[in-house]
Write a protein that binds this ligand. Structure first.
Ligand SMILES: [Zn+2]
Length: 359
Protein backbone atom coordinates (compact mmCIF):
# COMPACT_ATOMS: atom_id res chain seq x y z
CA UNK A 1 0.00 0.00 0.00
CA UNK A 2 2.84 2.38 0.92
CA UNK A 3 4.71 1.50 -2.29
CA UNK A 4 1.56 2.11 -4.26
CA UNK A 5 1.08 5.57 -2.67
CA UNK A 6 4.71 6.54 -3.27
CA UNK A 7 4.43 5.34 -6.88
CA UNK A 8 1.23 7.34 -7.43
CA UNK A 9 2.80 10.47 -5.91
CA UNK A 10 5.73 10.04 -8.31
CA UNK A 11 3.35 9.65 -11.23
CA UNK A 12 1.40 12.75 -10.16
CA UNK A 13 4.62 14.79 -10.13
CA UNK A 14 5.54 13.41 -13.55
CA UNK A 15 2.04 14.26 -14.79
CA UNK A 16 2.33 17.86 -13.61
CA UNK A 17 5.74 18.28 -15.27
CA UNK A 18 4.65 16.64 -18.55
CA UNK A 19 1.43 18.69 -18.76
CA UNK A 20 3.49 21.90 -18.61
CA UNK A 21 5.58 20.94 -21.65
CA UNK A 22 4.43 23.04 -24.64
CA UNK A 23 2.77 20.79 -27.24
CA UNK A 24 2.60 17.92 -24.75
CA UNK A 25 0.18 15.90 -26.95
CA UNK A 26 2.71 15.94 -29.78
CA UNK A 27 5.52 15.00 -27.39
CA UNK A 28 3.45 12.06 -26.08
CA UNK A 29 2.95 10.91 -29.67
CA UNK A 30 6.72 10.63 -30.06
CA UNK A 31 6.81 8.12 -27.22
CA UNK A 32 5.60 5.23 -29.28
CA UNK A 33 3.39 3.73 -31.96
CA UNK A 34 0.19 5.38 -33.18
CA UNK A 35 -2.63 5.25 -30.65
CA UNK A 36 -5.74 4.55 -32.76
CA UNK A 37 -8.60 4.56 -30.27
CA UNK A 38 -8.63 5.77 -26.70
CA UNK A 39 -11.21 4.12 -24.45
CA UNK A 40 -11.90 5.10 -20.86
CA UNK A 41 -13.89 3.24 -18.22
CA UNK A 42 -15.68 4.70 -15.21
CA UNK A 43 -17.70 2.87 -12.57
CA UNK A 44 -19.53 4.62 -9.73
CA UNK A 45 -20.04 8.40 -9.84
CA UNK A 46 -20.38 9.45 -6.23
CA UNK A 47 -19.15 12.24 -3.98
CA UNK A 48 -18.67 9.85 -1.08
CA UNK A 49 -17.42 6.34 -0.56
CA UNK A 50 -19.70 3.90 1.25
CA UNK A 51 -18.83 0.61 2.99
CA UNK A 52 -19.95 -1.07 -0.26
CA UNK A 53 -17.22 0.59 -2.34
CA UNK A 54 -14.50 1.96 -0.02
CA UNK A 55 -11.21 0.32 -1.03
CA UNK A 56 -12.37 -0.78 -4.49
CA UNK A 57 -11.12 2.27 -6.43
CA UNK A 58 -14.40 2.59 -8.34
CA UNK A 59 -15.70 6.02 -7.21
CA UNK A 60 -15.34 9.23 -9.20
CA UNK A 61 -16.73 12.41 -7.63
CA UNK A 62 -19.39 14.13 -9.79
CA UNK A 63 -17.44 17.39 -10.17
CA UNK A 64 -14.34 15.44 -11.19
CA UNK A 65 -16.37 13.44 -13.67
CA UNK A 66 -17.75 16.64 -15.18
CA UNK A 67 -14.23 18.06 -15.40
CA UNK A 68 -13.17 14.83 -17.12
CA UNK A 69 -15.93 15.28 -19.73
CA UNK A 70 -14.79 18.88 -20.26
CA UNK A 71 -11.22 17.62 -20.72
CA UNK A 72 -12.35 14.97 -23.22
CA UNK A 73 -14.51 17.33 -25.26
CA UNK A 74 -11.72 19.96 -25.31
CA UNK A 75 -8.84 17.71 -26.37
CA UNK A 76 -10.52 14.68 -28.00
CA UNK A 77 -13.43 13.63 -30.21
CA UNK A 78 -15.89 11.41 -28.28
CA UNK A 79 -17.27 8.71 -30.59
CA UNK A 80 -20.17 6.23 -30.51
CA UNK A 81 -19.78 2.45 -30.43
CA UNK A 82 -21.14 2.54 -33.99
CA UNK A 83 -18.08 4.52 -35.06
CA UNK A 84 -15.77 2.04 -33.36
CA UNK A 85 -17.44 -0.91 -35.07
CA UNK A 86 -16.79 0.81 -38.39
CA UNK A 87 -13.06 0.32 -37.84
CA UNK A 88 -10.31 0.84 -35.29
CA UNK A 89 -7.45 1.20 -37.74
CA UNK A 90 -8.01 4.94 -37.84
CA UNK A 91 -9.51 5.12 -41.33
CA UNK A 92 -13.04 5.73 -40.12
CA UNK A 93 -12.34 7.42 -36.83
CA UNK A 94 -11.72 11.12 -36.26
CA UNK A 95 -8.35 12.14 -34.86
CA UNK A 96 -7.99 11.57 -31.12
CA UNK A 97 -11.18 9.55 -31.00
CA UNK A 98 -12.25 8.51 -27.50
CA UNK A 99 -14.96 6.08 -26.37
CA UNK A 100 -16.46 6.55 -22.90
CA UNK A 101 -17.72 3.44 -21.09
CA UNK A 102 -19.13 2.54 -17.67
CA UNK A 103 -18.94 -0.87 -15.99
CA UNK A 104 -21.08 -2.45 -13.25
CA UNK A 105 -24.37 -0.54 -13.72
CA UNK A 106 -24.35 1.56 -10.58
CA UNK A 107 -27.52 3.68 -10.38
CA UNK A 108 -25.23 6.73 -10.31
CA UNK A 109 -24.46 6.26 -13.99
CA UNK A 110 -28.12 6.95 -14.73
CA UNK A 111 -28.64 9.62 -12.07
CA UNK A 112 -25.39 11.58 -12.52
CA UNK A 113 -23.24 10.38 -15.42
CA UNK A 114 -25.86 10.11 -18.18
CA UNK A 115 -27.25 13.66 -17.72
CA UNK A 116 -23.68 15.04 -17.77
CA UNK A 117 -22.83 13.00 -20.88
CA UNK A 118 -25.92 14.44 -22.56
CA UNK A 119 -24.99 17.97 -21.45
CA UNK A 120 -21.56 17.66 -23.11
CA UNK A 121 -22.75 15.58 -26.08
CA UNK A 122 -20.64 12.55 -25.11
CA UNK A 123 -21.91 9.13 -26.30
CA UNK A 124 -21.33 6.22 -23.92
CA UNK A 125 -21.58 2.46 -23.48
CA UNK A 126 -23.01 1.10 -20.22
CA UNK A 127 -21.98 -2.46 -19.35
CA UNK A 128 -24.52 -4.22 -17.17
CA UNK A 129 -24.82 -7.41 -15.06
CA UNK A 130 -28.51 -8.34 -15.17
CA UNK A 131 -28.29 -10.29 -11.87
CA UNK A 132 -28.16 -7.05 -9.89
CA UNK A 133 -30.83 -5.04 -11.75
CA UNK A 134 -33.58 -3.76 -9.43
CA UNK A 135 -31.23 -4.39 -6.50
CA UNK A 136 -32.24 -8.05 -6.23
CA UNK A 137 -28.88 -8.95 -4.68
CA UNK A 138 -25.50 -7.45 -3.98
CA UNK A 139 -22.73 -7.92 -6.49
CA UNK A 140 -20.03 -10.23 -5.05
CA UNK A 141 -17.44 -7.44 -4.98
CA UNK A 142 -19.73 -5.05 -3.06
CA UNK A 143 -20.69 -7.79 -0.59
CA UNK A 144 -17.06 -8.72 0.11
CA UNK A 145 -16.14 -5.02 0.32
CA UNK A 146 -18.97 -4.36 2.79
CA UNK A 147 -17.91 -7.27 5.03
CA UNK A 148 -14.25 -6.19 4.91
CA UNK A 149 -15.14 -2.62 5.87
CA UNK A 150 -17.67 -3.50 8.58
CA UNK A 151 -16.26 -6.74 10.04
CA UNK A 152 -12.67 -7.02 8.85
CA UNK A 153 -10.97 -9.80 6.89
CA UNK A 154 -11.63 -12.57 9.46
CA UNK A 155 -15.11 -13.60 8.17
CA UNK A 156 -13.78 -13.50 4.61
CA UNK A 157 -10.90 -15.84 5.45
CA UNK A 158 -13.27 -18.10 7.41
CA UNK A 159 -15.54 -18.34 4.35
CA UNK A 160 -12.51 -19.08 2.14
CA UNK A 161 -11.57 -21.97 4.50
CA UNK A 162 -15.18 -23.21 4.53
CA UNK A 163 -15.10 -23.61 0.75
CA UNK A 164 -11.45 -24.39 -0.04
CA UNK A 165 -10.03 -25.74 3.25
CA UNK A 166 -6.41 -24.71 3.79
CA UNK A 167 -5.67 -24.24 0.10
CA UNK A 168 -5.28 -20.47 0.42
CA UNK A 169 -3.05 -18.68 2.91
CA UNK A 170 -4.96 -15.92 4.75
CA UNK A 171 -5.96 -13.09 2.41
CA UNK A 172 -4.73 -9.72 3.63
CA UNK A 173 -6.74 -7.32 1.51
CA UNK A 174 -9.74 -6.83 -0.76
CA UNK A 175 -7.52 -6.76 -3.80
CA UNK A 176 -6.20 -10.23 -2.92
CA UNK A 177 -9.78 -11.53 -2.86
CA UNK A 178 -10.46 -10.13 -6.32
CA UNK A 179 -7.08 -10.78 -7.94
CA UNK A 180 -6.09 -14.12 -6.34
CA UNK A 181 -9.07 -15.92 -4.82
CA UNK A 182 -11.95 -15.20 -7.21
CA UNK A 183 -10.05 -16.07 -10.40
CA UNK A 184 -9.02 -19.42 -8.89
CA UNK A 185 -12.48 -20.76 -8.02
CA UNK A 186 -15.38 -22.09 -10.03
CA UNK A 187 -18.77 -20.39 -10.27
CA UNK A 188 -20.26 -22.99 -7.90
CA UNK A 189 -17.44 -22.44 -5.39
CA UNK A 190 -17.97 -18.70 -5.58
CA UNK A 191 -21.69 -19.08 -4.81
CA UNK A 192 -20.83 -21.37 -1.85
CA UNK A 193 -18.26 -18.81 -0.63
CA UNK A 194 -20.79 -15.93 -0.82
CA UNK A 195 -23.41 -17.99 1.02
CA UNK A 196 -20.93 -18.95 3.71
CA UNK A 197 -19.66 -15.38 3.98
CA UNK A 198 -23.16 -14.02 4.65
CA UNK A 199 -23.72 -16.58 7.41
CA UNK A 200 -20.32 -16.09 9.04
CA UNK A 201 -20.53 -12.28 8.89
CA UNK A 202 -24.20 -12.20 9.92
CA UNK A 203 -25.31 -10.14 6.92
CA UNK A 204 -28.06 -10.61 4.33
CA UNK A 205 -26.95 -9.57 0.85
CA UNK A 206 -30.49 -9.27 -0.51
CA UNK A 207 -31.63 -6.97 2.30
CA UNK A 208 -28.46 -4.91 2.03
CA UNK A 209 -28.99 -4.57 -1.73
CA UNK A 210 -32.54 -3.27 -1.25
CA UNK A 211 -31.43 -0.77 1.41
CA UNK A 212 -28.37 0.48 -0.48
CA UNK A 213 -30.10 0.66 -3.90
CA UNK A 214 -26.68 0.77 -5.55
CA UNK A 215 -27.66 -0.50 -8.99
CA UNK A 216 -29.86 0.40 -11.96
CA UNK A 217 -33.51 -0.52 -12.08
CA UNK A 218 -34.90 -2.03 -15.28
CA UNK A 219 -36.77 1.26 -15.86
CA UNK A 220 -33.51 3.21 -15.66
CA UNK A 221 -31.87 0.71 -18.00
CA UNK A 222 -34.65 1.26 -20.54
CA UNK A 223 -34.19 5.03 -20.28
CA UNK A 224 -30.44 4.73 -20.75
CA UNK A 225 -30.89 2.86 -24.02
CA UNK A 226 -31.64 6.10 -25.79
CA UNK A 227 -29.66 9.12 -27.03
CA UNK A 228 -26.23 7.83 -28.11
CA UNK A 229 -26.12 5.43 -25.19
CA UNK A 230 -25.48 1.75 -25.76
CA UNK A 231 -26.11 -1.15 -23.38
CA UNK A 232 -23.37 -3.79 -23.20
CA UNK A 233 -22.82 -7.22 -21.69
CA UNK A 234 -20.69 -7.52 -18.50
CA UNK A 235 -21.68 -11.18 -17.73
CA UNK A 236 -24.78 -12.04 -15.70
CA UNK A 237 -23.18 -12.09 -12.26
CA UNK A 238 -19.78 -10.40 -12.74
CA UNK A 239 -17.47 -13.38 -13.06
CA UNK A 240 -13.91 -14.16 -14.04
CA UNK A 241 -14.54 -15.94 -17.36
CA UNK A 242 -11.39 -18.11 -17.35
CA UNK A 243 -13.11 -20.70 -15.12
CA UNK A 244 -16.47 -20.85 -16.92
CA UNK A 245 -17.62 -24.12 -18.49
CA UNK A 246 -19.40 -24.09 -21.88
CA UNK A 247 -22.75 -24.46 -20.08
CA UNK A 248 -21.90 -21.49 -17.87
CA UNK A 249 -21.08 -19.42 -20.97
CA UNK A 250 -24.74 -19.92 -21.88
CA UNK A 251 -25.93 -18.58 -18.56
CA UNK A 252 -23.38 -15.82 -17.98
CA UNK A 253 -22.90 -14.55 -21.55
CA UNK A 254 -25.94 -15.49 -23.65
CA UNK A 255 -28.45 -15.29 -20.78
CA UNK A 256 -27.23 -11.85 -19.78
CA UNK A 257 -27.35 -10.61 -23.38
CA UNK A 258 -30.91 -11.87 -23.83
CA UNK A 259 -32.13 -10.35 -20.56
CA UNK A 260 -30.55 -6.95 -21.32
CA UNK A 261 -32.04 -6.95 -24.82
CA UNK A 262 -35.47 -7.78 -23.40
CA UNK A 263 -35.24 -4.92 -20.88
CA UNK A 264 -33.69 -2.32 -23.18
CA UNK A 265 -35.36 -3.20 -26.46
CA UNK A 266 -31.94 -2.83 -28.14
CA UNK A 267 -29.47 -5.32 -29.53
CA UNK A 268 -26.49 -5.91 -27.23
CA UNK A 269 -23.33 -5.87 -29.36
CA UNK A 270 -20.51 -5.16 -26.93
CA UNK A 271 -18.95 -7.19 -24.14
CA UNK A 272 -16.68 -5.95 -21.37
CA UNK A 273 -14.65 -8.41 -19.34
CA UNK A 274 -15.35 -8.21 -15.58
CA UNK A 275 -12.07 -7.32 -13.82
CA UNK A 276 -10.70 -6.35 -17.23
CA UNK A 277 -7.95 -8.96 -17.46
CA UNK A 278 -6.81 -10.43 -20.78
CA UNK A 279 -6.29 -13.71 -18.90
CA UNK A 280 -10.09 -14.06 -18.83
CA UNK A 281 -10.47 -13.42 -22.54
CA UNK A 282 -9.64 -17.01 -23.48
CA UNK A 283 -9.81 -18.35 -27.04
CA UNK A 284 -13.01 -20.22 -26.05
CA UNK A 285 -14.60 -17.03 -24.76
CA UNK A 286 -13.57 -14.99 -27.81
CA UNK A 287 -15.03 -17.66 -30.07
CA UNK A 288 -18.22 -17.83 -28.02
CA UNK A 289 -18.62 -14.05 -28.14
CA UNK A 290 -18.21 -13.98 -31.91
CA UNK A 291 -20.75 -16.78 -32.32
CA UNK A 292 -23.33 -15.21 -30.02
CA UNK A 293 -23.85 -11.90 -31.78
CA UNK A 294 -21.22 -9.78 -30.03
CA UNK A 295 -19.17 -7.51 -32.26
CA UNK A 296 -16.59 -6.11 -29.87
CA UNK A 297 -14.95 -7.00 -26.52
CA UNK A 298 -13.24 -4.69 -24.07
CA UNK A 299 -10.58 -5.21 -21.41
CA UNK A 300 -9.28 -2.70 -18.86
CA UNK A 301 -5.53 -3.12 -18.64
CA UNK A 302 -4.88 0.52 -19.60
CA UNK A 303 -2.80 -0.28 -22.68
CA UNK A 304 -2.94 1.87 -25.85
CA UNK A 305 -4.94 0.39 -28.74
CA UNK A 306 -2.62 0.60 -31.71
CA UNK A 307 -3.64 0.74 -35.36
CA UNK A 308 -5.20 -2.53 -36.47
CA UNK A 309 -6.18 -3.61 -32.94
CA UNK A 310 -8.57 -6.58 -32.89
CA UNK A 311 -12.13 -5.48 -32.09
CA UNK A 312 -12.32 -8.40 -29.65
CA UNK A 313 -9.31 -7.14 -27.72
CA UNK A 314 -9.88 -3.41 -27.21
CA UNK A 315 -8.32 -2.02 -24.08
CA UNK A 316 -9.62 0.74 -21.83
CA UNK A 317 -7.95 3.12 -19.39
CA UNK A 318 -9.26 3.55 -15.87
CA UNK A 319 -8.05 7.13 -15.41
CA UNK A 320 -7.20 9.22 -12.37
CA UNK A 321 -9.22 12.33 -13.12
CA UNK A 322 -8.39 14.49 -10.12
CA UNK A 323 -6.78 17.01 -12.49
CA UNK A 324 -6.12 17.52 -16.21
CA UNK A 325 -2.46 16.61 -15.84
CA UNK A 326 -3.09 13.22 -14.21
CA UNK A 327 -5.82 12.45 -16.75
CA UNK A 328 -3.39 13.37 -19.54
CA UNK A 329 -0.67 11.09 -18.10
CA UNK A 330 -3.10 8.19 -17.61
CA UNK A 331 -4.68 8.48 -21.05
CA UNK A 332 -1.87 9.73 -23.25
CA UNK A 333 1.47 8.64 -21.77
CA UNK A 334 1.23 5.50 -19.61
CA UNK A 335 -0.87 3.43 -22.09
CA UNK A 336 1.80 4.02 -24.76
CA UNK A 337 4.56 2.95 -22.37
CA UNK A 338 2.62 -0.22 -21.52
CA UNK A 339 2.12 -0.95 -25.24
CA UNK A 340 5.90 -0.66 -25.74
CA UNK A 341 6.51 -2.88 -22.71
CA UNK A 342 4.08 -5.49 -24.06
CA UNK A 343 5.96 -5.55 -27.35
CA UNK A 344 9.14 -6.54 -25.53
CA UNK A 345 7.66 -8.62 -22.73
CA UNK A 346 4.68 -10.47 -24.22
CA UNK A 347 1.88 -10.78 -21.72
CA UNK A 348 3.87 -9.36 -18.82
CA UNK A 349 1.84 -8.12 -15.88
CA UNK A 350 1.71 -4.34 -15.63
CA UNK A 351 4.19 -2.75 -13.27
CA UNK A 352 4.07 0.67 -14.88
CA UNK A 353 1.20 1.98 -12.79
CA UNK A 354 -1.45 0.49 -10.58
CA UNK A 355 -4.48 2.21 -11.97
CA UNK A 356 -6.82 -0.76 -12.28
CA UNK A 357 -9.98 -0.84 -10.23
CA UNK A 358 -10.87 -4.13 -8.68
CA UNK A 359 -14.17 -4.36 -10.58
ZN1 LIG B 1 -17.05 -4.87 -13.52
Amino acid sequence: MLYSKVRRTGLDLAAEAFWRVPGCFGVARLLGPAYSLRCVVFHHISAEESPFTAGMNVCTAPQRFEAALQFLTTHYTPVRLEDVLAGTDGRNLPSRAVLVTFDDAYASVFEIAAPLCRKYGVPAVYFVNAAFLNNRRLAPDNLVCYVANMKGMDPINAAVRAVKGGEFSPLQSLSEVFSSFFPAITLAEREAFLESLQQLAGVNGSNLAKEAALYLTTGQLRSLASFDFEIGNHTYSHVHCRRLSPAEFGQEIDGNKAELEAHSGRKVRAFSQPYGSSKDLTAELASHLRNSGHEVAFLSESVANLKGTDLFHLDRVNPHVQSDDTFFLDLEVLPRLRAIRNRFFHGAVSQVAGTQPVA
